[in-house]
Design a protein around this ligand. Structure first.
Ligand code: ZN
Length: 222
């Protein structure tokens, strides 16, 4: 069976391959680091950072197709702005029938959204955290997929040291968190079984929530 939003993910990979080829950069990780700049240049999109969009504090980003312009609200975190930018690029490529998009921040799965919004999120996730890259990185850090529903003291030590994690859980409590909360905590872990590393959120420059959703969808965390 094809994964959900197969076409959106393929479109993200095609764009990544094209900007990688055109950039002449040999290290694929270096391409990922500047992929949004390279992509907007490739598509001849102007990206503007502004304090507030349309006087509405809730709006994180807009795409104006006619002006080939993306605006991002700087009141949101840098990692959030990156995801929103990739989301607007997705609309530009995938949804040519609509001229204007205005978007809020990435929301948790389960909240009802239109099909094309979830499709744009799938594109953005693949563009910023390509499965082909993320999978070996995760396996190297954690030794394989992690089942957070099983008691695992190593995991609690790991997520307890995550920079964004304010809570310390007992191993029992951790197994009772929502899958997304567990995955988001693992996304910002800096250590596992005595080894130290840059967290996944730092390596891919994405939010805990964005990485958490991607880890769940890839079946690397449950
Ligand atoms: Zn959208």
């Amino acid at each position: 069976m094809k994964p959900r939003f197969f076409a959106a993910r393929v479109a993200a990979r095609v764009l990544l391959r094209r900007i990688w080829f055109k950039s002449g950069i040999t290290d694929p990780h270096a391409v990922l680091g500047s992929s949004l700049d390279l992509a907007s240049r490739d598509l001849m999109l102007t990206v503007e950072h502004v304090p507030v969009i349309l006087g509405d504090n809730q709006i994180a980003g807009v795409l104006n197709r006619l002006e080939k312009r993306i605006q991002l609200a700087t009141k949101f975190r840098h990692t959030s702005q990156r995801f929103t930018c990739a989301h607007e690029i997705a609309h530009f490529i995938l949804h040519p029938g609509t001229i204007y998009f205005r978007d809020r921040e990435l929301s948790a799965p389960g909240i009802h959204r239109e099909y094309f919004e979830i499709e744009a999120d799938a594109f953005a996730a693949e563009f910023l955290m390509p499965r082909k890259f993320l999978d070996p990185v995760f396996r190297n850090m954690f030794g394989g997929p992690i089942d957070g529903t099983i008691l695992n003291p190593d995991l609690v030590i790991a997520v307890g040291t995550g920079v964004d994690t304010r809570t310390r859980w007992t191993p029992e409590e951790f197994t009772f968190l929502s899958p997304l909360d567990r995955a988001a905590a693992i996304a910002s872990a800096h250590t596992y079984k005595g080894r130290f590393f840059a967290s996944l959120t730092d390596q891919f420059n994405v939010s805990q929530k964005a990485m958490g959703i991607q880890l769940l969808q890839m079946g690397l965390v449950k």
